[in-house]
Structure formats: structure tokens, C-alpha cells
Design a protein around this ligand. Structure first.
Ligand code: SF4
Length: 233
């Protein structure tokens, strides 16, 4: 990936067509996405990961939220951001955009850098996925970009942000909108900090003000406004 004047340009073939050379219609998107999510749920490629795969389901949307990896509660509850970090995250969107958790879950596709719980570190806290696991799991996101052609991607937390933007300090990237290209697809990226209680960054300035600015940018993005208006694709 290169970073050029506020735009991020990644490698790959630039074009508007999917891998079959066809632009998918609305019904085909639904079918392809359902097949994709069914295959994703069966994935057991990483021996150190703890199944089952956590998926938000086949939600047709031009907005994709990309988390880092589920925690230990999400596999049991069967959906991403199902515990305390989720409470904070959905609270942000409720406050900034008037979107409830259920409206968010049914209107925005929820992806992640890794879709399985990585397990705990010996020293406590969740294990950070290895570069190999991140690479293996990236095929699922690649396919989601291909099917959904998002207009807006919201990466949450440094591991997710690093998949789309060159890694910088949060102060330099939160509260800004970037144009990015990944796997040949172009979209806007508005990053968010991770909502977990582990980091105080978003609770004190400048993080607090930058987070508000980022949420305002998301709430005013045309793709997000379409989700709110229930005109999803
Ligand atoms: S982390 Fe991703 S690639 Fe690895 S087993 Fe889970 S879904 Fe498959």
C-alpha cells in the first residue's frame, strides 16, 4: 500500500467488475453473500484459533465495519461485538447517528481481520493473531469487498486500521476520511479506535474530540445515510 496525499492506494487490479467479470445484481449479491457466509462459518484453517467462526451474517450493505478479532464471549453468543466493547461501540453510533444496535447489525456488514477467537495470552488478555493467521483470514474480506463493493469501510482498532492505512498514531488518523484501494476496489475509510476498556485513548482529549469528529464523518457519509434510510444497496 502507498499513502499519497491523504489517499491510500493498494495493489491489485483496478476495475469495476467482479472476478467473473460481471457486476452483480441485487438478488445475486444476496445469494453470493449467503454462500460466502456459509463457507466462512465452516472455516477451520488456523490450528491455534478457537472455533466457531464469528460472523454477523449475510447483511447486504455498502458499509462494512471491520473489527480485529472476537473475544471469548462472541463465539458463545454467536455474533461480533456481543460483549462490553460492543456496548460501547453501539453506544457511539446510537449517540452520533441515532442508530440502534439492531439497526446497525441489520444494516451494516460486520467483518473482522480474524473471524475466530485467538485464545488468551499466558500473561492475560487476548492473543494477537499472527501475521500468518491475518493473511489466511484476509481471503474472506477480499471476497466481501468483491461481492459488496462497499462505498465506506470502518476499521475499528489498530490491527484493523493497519489493513487499509499505513500505521500511524491514532491522533493522526482518527477524525479523518481517507480514500483507499484494496484488492482493486476503491472506497472511503473512516477509522475508529477500539472501544474496549483496555485503552483510555478515546476517553480523554484529543482522542475524545477526534472520535466525535470521526463519528460525525461516518453519520454524514452518503452510504451510511442510505443504511439509515433502509435503502441498503
Ligand atoms: S481465523 Fe479466519 S482463516 Fe483462521 S480459521 Fe478462523 S475464519 Fe478461518
Amino acid at each position: 500500500m502507498d499513502f499519497i496525499d491523504g489517499s491510500v492506494v493498494g495493489g491489485g487490479i483496478i476495475g469495476k467488475e467482479n472476478r467473473k467479470g460481471l457486476v452483480l445484481d441485487n438478488a445475486s449479491i444476496g445469494k453470493e453473500l449467503a454462500v460466502h457466509v456459509a463457507r466462512l462459518r465452516e472455516c477451520r484453517q488456523c490450528p491455534r484459533m478457537h472455533p466457531p467462526v464469528v460472523s454477523g451474517g449475510p447483511v447486504k450493505s455498502r458499509v462494512i465495519l471491520v473489527g480485529q478479532a472476537p473475544g471469548d464471549k462472541e463465539p458463545k453468543l454467536g455474533r461480533p461485538f456481543a460483549w462490553t466493547a460492543g456496548k460501547t461501540l453501539f453506544g457511539w453510533f446510537g449517540e452520533a447517528a441515532g442508530l440502534s444496535e439492531e439497526e446497525f447489525r441489520s444494516g451494516i456488514y460486520m467483518a473482522a481481520v480474524c473471524r475466530c477467537f485467538p485464545g488468551k495470552k499466558e500473561t492475560g488478555g487476548d492473543r494477537v493473531p499472527s501475521p500468518e493467521e491475518v493473511l489466511k483470514c484476509s481471503v474472506w474480506l477480499k471476497r466481501e469487498l468483491e461481492i459488496l463493493r462497499p462505498a465506506l469501510v470502518i476499521p475499528v482498532g489498530k490491527l484493523a486500521i493497519g489493513q487499509f492505512l499505513p500505521l500511524r498514531k491514532l491522533d493522526q488518523i482518527i477524525g479523518r476520511r481517507f480514500k483507499a484501494t484494496r484488492d482493486g476496489y476503491h472506497f472511503d475509510v473512516i477509522p475508529l479506535p477500539h472501544p474496549s476498556g483496555a485503552s483510555p485513548w478515546h476517553r480523554m482529549d484529543p482522542g475524545k474530540s477526534l472520535l466525535k469528529r470521526a463519528l460525525r464523518l461516518i453519520a454524514g457519509h452518503s452510504a451510511f445515510i442510505r443504511v439509515k434510510g433502509r435503502r441498503v444497496l
